[in-house]
Design a protein around this ligand. Sequence first.
Ligand code: HC0
Ligand code: SF4
Length: 573
Amino acid sequence: MINVTIDGKNYKIPENYTVLKACREAGVYVPTLCYLEGINQVGSCRLCLVEVERQKNLKASCVLPVAEGMVIKTNTKRVREARKVNLELLLSNHNRECTSCERSGNCELQRLSDEIGIRNIEFIGEKTVKPVDTSSPSIVRDPSKCILCGRCISVCSKVQGVSAIGFRNRGFKTTVGPIFDKGLGEVDCINCGQCIINCPVGALKEKESIDYVWDAIEDPSKYVIVQTAPAVRAALGEEFGLPIGTRVTGKMAAALRRMGFDKVFDTDFGADLTIMEEGFELLDRIQNGGKLPMVTSCSPGWIKYCEHFHPDMLENLSTCKSPHEMLGAVMKTYFAQKHGLDPKDIFVVSVMPCTAKKFEAKREELRESGFPDVDAVITTRELAKMIKQASIDFNKLPDEDFDEVFGESTGASVIFGVTGGVMEAALRTVSEVVTNKPLEKIKFNEVRGLEGIKEAEITLGDKNIKIAVANSTGCANKLLEKVKSGEKEYHFIEIMGCPGGCINGGGQPFVSDKTKTEEDVLGKRANALYEEDESKTIRKSHENPMIKMIYDEFFEKPNSHKAHEILHTHYVK
Ligand code: HC0
Ligand code: SF4
């Protein structure tokens, strides 16, 4: 530890800290726009400037290491004025149409302009002009809003291991985007949206389907079914000012009903169905010499990553469709038959924490019934916008249930939304199927927690199986390299494309860098799902009575011929 003085007070600080980190730990707020701890520490926005005694120039605190006896001043006239000038320069080349901007109300640039006291911009000059990129099925880029902070670039390369975007050109012409001015839809982008949720401004957003969904609801010839992913309930409340980690399952179902959907179902049912299919597929591969390790296939960002970066592992993927696609396929087959509906009139909307699901829903592989399994995907953020457009007072809504029977789900399915959850849900079912005895402990702590890679060995009957869980495609890459080199061997691997799993998907509510340093955002969202699991009387997928019913009435048994036709697919690229 070393001694530093910040704004006249003395602190003991670990010597490997930056000045910014020391200030934050001391409770001294220093504004930043480009900073993302451990990911983007580049000192480019120049808003975190501080004065350091005996040093002539102001210093960017995010890249300045602390030193013994350092005297730091964060709040002098010189600091305030320099931050203001730097921010004005940034704003001079920014498309400031705040009222119609996607991020109005939660833009970090807008908030800092207010906090730093910008009231007029003196430097009016030329602006860098670049067209909006709409080539991706999931993401829209507007370079006129970009402030060149580099957060998206760092997240895409360092966390996701993709490097689809970078700085292009030099000086005034500098922009952020894919190589050779290509569109995001033309490069190896996996649609994860991690760049969106880490963008401090409105330069990146999801490709909206709001009007498409409203039109379907208004269309009397359409039977419109909505389903909601596990992680949406853990974060939607944030859009309505509720504390991070507030679970809003009941209010969400109530809001969807008031918006006019004909049925309000839960993707969690699809997750229970996935566990049945994937669990039995795993057992079959282990017992009959199938391709191992088997890797989960429910995260579409991960699937696309696998196609681009590990095409030799496509055979390792489970053939199961993802839960919302399974539920969509069930709607257009079993549900349509049972209710005398023509599948062409059924319109399935998935509310997802994920931008890659927009791409997934358009895949040719996922339209076995002759119609897309899912017709539209909206993110958690888009759902919040629709609720606001409908003038629904969300916080005053009563808690309501999902509709029967596809609203019936178990604790196992709700934890799908957090890293390790699919693995834990699968183990709960596979263990009981193998041993034919009730589980002694339902929690698998070995696969819980937010570390990038987790490993464990689990006893299933008389056999030990080796498992691993990776979250973020960057961590998946590290894990798979070890598998390929023979350094590691597993039977079953869960991979989720986003760090932390779907609770941190690219479609989730924005959380500022400031809030991220003050609150354990992912831990709180994860807890919301674990609490919902604990609140359920049925916590294993195979015990869901409606799952039993659908096998009795329709699919016969897991992995049956019919189940394969409707619930499974193959990715070949
Ligand atoms: Fe997920 Fe899913 S858990 S991918 O993160 O498997 O998006 O929440 O909906 O489909 O169930 C996302 C979340 C889902 C699917 C489920 C899976
Ligand atoms: Fe990179 Fe994901 Fe953004 Fe594509 S969506 S540019 S892969 S961070």
